[in-house]
Write a new protein. Structure first.
Lengths: 333, 333
DNA sequence: TTGTATGCGTTATCAA
DNA sequence: TTGATAACGCATACAA
């Protein structure tokens, strides 16, 4: 039989409320009964029932993570794993559990989000991707449910978020290239409506502008997906422009495709920079220079942000910016 | 305000118990009241509270996954991700949620396991790694808590498990090498006390035996960790033996280390086979032949096994064997 | 400082 | 076929 708070109360000759107070470390309880109760707890090996607790105080200490709809991403993109790991570490530290939903389509993703919230299972939600005019954040805001997004939401003042400074991250990459003497720097991005995509593109343009290099639309390509194929085809578009000397991308997978295509064409004098520092990037030939976005820290901060706000910490921060790091490798020439 | 079963009952002019019966599709309920109640549910947009439900029937529909203690594994080893994905897919299909614990040490892992069980948060547990004389399975059995292991437990009759046939998977690899003419085939494994390691080693020996090749202890190395470094040092040990022509390993990471070392030594006439078909394996130079263990399917089956048994399905299976597949690539010469 | 009583939102038991 | 009510295990308002 499961031992409950009643058993402890009986054993310690106190009321269940007293036991409950001892458990929650209530200040107004005498040292003596405290010890007394602790003894009974130990003797009976009592463990509070998390579910009953949740029902009583309407808090589950479970966080819900919504993994983005494109399930394949999750396998090939360590961003999600690292972010999950970061979240998990902070959550565990604070005695929270994490559950999550995988979904194949956006529609199912919405359904999962609603289910998990309506069932009262989670205290808050973390979104790992945010797009322009994002339906999920809109929904969460409409029902006033606690959540944080990893990425930049449309309305940054009204939403909890953690993010890299993608503008300056890309700005720095482009500026490094310019310092190396590059003037014709191509840009390849994908999924243009992600705010992350937009920011990296802005960083690109800003760096050009600040260095008095005119923006050339003909060496900018926006693709639909973060996959190698897109990189390959983008590469071909860019090569129409003979004098290009460098290409920056918003994702390593795109950069992989570009490198593949350049190799086919026997071109080895174009500088390539990826984004996200995926494990494969170091194994490219030549190894791909890239930007580490510190996914672990993004996840960790996201959990911290959410939990602090759930627990109503005064002056709780409302967002974090996580540093990025340029990883220089041989493709950066 | 949250709408509860009481509100629905009031709206439909029935008792809460009736609403509850409608919800659980109880047979003895008239079509008329059923419709009536459904209408009220829709009108009020009522969603049952999962926590209250859990408390009432002592089932949470949450599964706990214990990720192995070595956190770094989880990042580099897509096995865990794929397995999690498989589990998630089946769980979602059956309206279960999954939560998990990451741990840095075995000790903390045990604590997490106990916490998650004692708090009554999960209905069952999935273990993603099992070793000889496994403490976790022993604990779970001692308290008679539902669980399944991915891998081979010591007492297969008494435990729910899913597994590859690691013996025959490695047997097939070695036999393929023998058919190619190899006679001096080295073996490199790690973490000898994992049953998985043992089985692959047995497969190796059996294949030699059945092909009348004498077992040579001097070309067998057991290392401590599944990392590249161990592969490199193992390689050096094996090369003492000049006439070796092939090396099988129990993990791709080990194989990577071996290939690295061989390249340093300018040796390119030794056949190498990895295990687990990690993404990097295809990107080695030459691409690494390996064995795909179908982690997704392992996870999927594990969840299926656990849920079926939790729900007391009659004749529920007590284990699954998931097929492996040899992935032939250029390192297989 | 402690105890009593009640509520949290369901399901299950027992009667009707 | 339906309703009233206890029970699930804990937290907390109110009393003492």
């Amino acid at each position: 039989m499961k031992v409950t708070i009643k058993d402890v109360a009986k054993e310690a000759n106190v009321a269940t409320s007293t036991v409950s107070r001892v458990l929650s470390n209530s200040p107004k309880i005498s040292e003596k009964t405290k010890e007394n109760v602790h003894e009974a707890i130990k003797k009976l090996n009592y463990k509070p029932n998390a579910i009953a607790r949740s029902l009583a105080n309407n808090k589950t200490r479970i966080l819900g993570v919504v993994l983005p709809e494109d399930a394949d991403d999750i396998l090939n993109n360590p961003f999600f794993i690292n972010a999950m790991k970061g979240m998990s570490m902070y959550a565990q530290k604070k005695n929270y559990y994490i559950t999550y939903t995988f979904s194949k389509t956006q529609q199912i993703e919405r359904k999962h989000l609603k289910d998990i919230i309506n069932s009262n299972l989670v205290d808050g939600v973390i979104l790992l991707r945010v797009s322009e005019d994002d339906k999920n954040t809109a929904y969460l805001r409409s029902i006033d449910f606690p959540f944080v997004v990893v990425g930049r939401p449309d309305n940054p003042e009204e939403v909890l978020w953690v993010n890299n400074d993608n503008i300056s991250a890309m700005y720095n990459v482009v500026e490094k290239l310019i310092k190396k003497g590059h003037r014709k720097i191509g840009f390849v991005g994908a999924i243009e409506n992600l705010n992350m995509s937009k920011d990296r593109f802005i960083g690109y343009k800003n760096a050009l502008f600040d260095n008095k290099i005119s923006y050339d639309e003909s060496i900018v390509v926006h693709k639909d997906e973060f996959i190698e194929n897109e990189g390959q085809s983008a590469c071909n578009e860019l090569l129409q422009n003979k004098d290009i000397t460098a290409i920056v991308t918003t994702d390593d997978l795109i950069a992989f495709g570009i490198m593949k295509e350049l190799k086919l064409k026997n071109i080895d004098n174009i500088s390539i920079v990826g984004f996200n520092n995926t494990p494969l990037s170091a194994y490219q030939n030549p190894p791909l220079a890239t930007v580490d976005i510190n996914a672990y820290e993004l996840g960790y901060s996201a959990a911290k942000l959410l939990i602090n706000n759930l627990e109503g910490k005064e002056h709780a921060k409302r967002h974090y910016i996580v540093d990025t790091e340029f990883i220089e490798r041989e493709s950066f020439i």
